[in-house]
Design a protein around this ligand. Structure first.
Ligand SMILES: *Cc1c(COP(=O)(O)O)cnc(C)c1O
Length: 249
């Protein structure tokens, strides 16, 4: 049965509260401040009309995996004050679209892209928050830098003044074995600690974006400062995950 608008609003509010409560409980258990974890709602495949309702329910930031979908929604919803975060791999030739409207990019994985994005942002007179994506699971299906390559990579980033480097992003292994998922998050924390010692001082690595609907509590236990949650807020997606991550799902 189709829910009417009010029912949809209440459903999204309830789901948001549940996720926030679980994050807060995890933080308290770990001796962390609940406000130290930012919940980024992930809105891919959710139609724009439903995002109006989500906005009314309190979602003022939205994470999208694909630039084309994000761009269309940002145009349709331009009357609302929404901060758009692009959390998926970006082809260099699409950097100009991102530079026009996104507030944040969480999937930086090449210097070529950094250069193009910086150039396009300069043209727009803008700067955005950026996270370097790391492939913490080593799966070939995942984007991101190999952990061993991160240090050399970030040494180049001060060259791109429109990219405000904030931290690291990862997708953990998709596994029902908690230990394997946790190992990815622990690895990220270790890379973060290394960068805080060794990266150029103007780059900040305060943020760790990790954890999704299935593992955001585990990620919060291991130091996530951003969790990217879609299905736990908006319900199960019609498209399989292989649409986003080749080789999965
Ligand atoms: C879709 C997506 C998420 C959220 O996944 P859910 O299972 O819906 O919580 C997080 N990160 C990225 C990069 C995504 O593409």
């Amino acid at each position: 049965m189709e829910l009417n608008e009010e029912q949809q609003l209440n459903q999204i509010k309830t789901n948001l509260e549940t996720v926030k409560k679980r994050i807060a409980e995890t933080c308290i258990k770990m001796g962390r401040e609940p406000s130290s974890v930012r919940l980024l709602p992930v809105t891919k495949t959710v139609p724009a009309e439903r995002l109006r309702i989500a906005h009314a329910a309190g979602c003022h930031e939205m994470g999208e995996n694909k630039i084309q979908e994000a761009r269309e929604k940002s145009e349709v919803l331009s009357d609302l004050n929404i901060k758009w975060s692009i959390i998926g791999h970006l082809q260099t030739n699409k950097a100009r679209y991102l530079a026009r409207f996104a507030n944040e990019f969480q999937a930086l994985d090449s210097l070529k892209l950094a250069g193009e994005l910086d150039k396009r942002l300069q043209k727009e007179g803008r700067a955005i928050d950026v996270y370097v994506q790391v492939n913490s699971s080593g799966e070939t299906s995942k984007f991101g830098l190999a952990p061993d390559d991160v240090r050399d990579f970030v040494m180049q980033l001060p060259n791109y003044s429109s990219l405000r480097i904030k931290g690291l992003m990862t997708l953990a292994i998709f596994s029902t074995e908690h230990d394997r998922v946790r190992a990815c998050f622990v690895r990220m924390r270790e890379i973060q600690a290394m960068l805080r010692q060794e990266a150029p001082a103007e780059l900040l690595f305060d943020e760790l974006s990790m954890g999704m609907s299935g593992d955001y509590e585990l990620a919060s236990e291991e130091g996530a400062t951003v969790v990217r949650v879609g299905q736990a807020i908006f319900g199960k997606r019609p498209l399989p995950d292989s649409h986003y991550w080749p080789g999965v799902g």
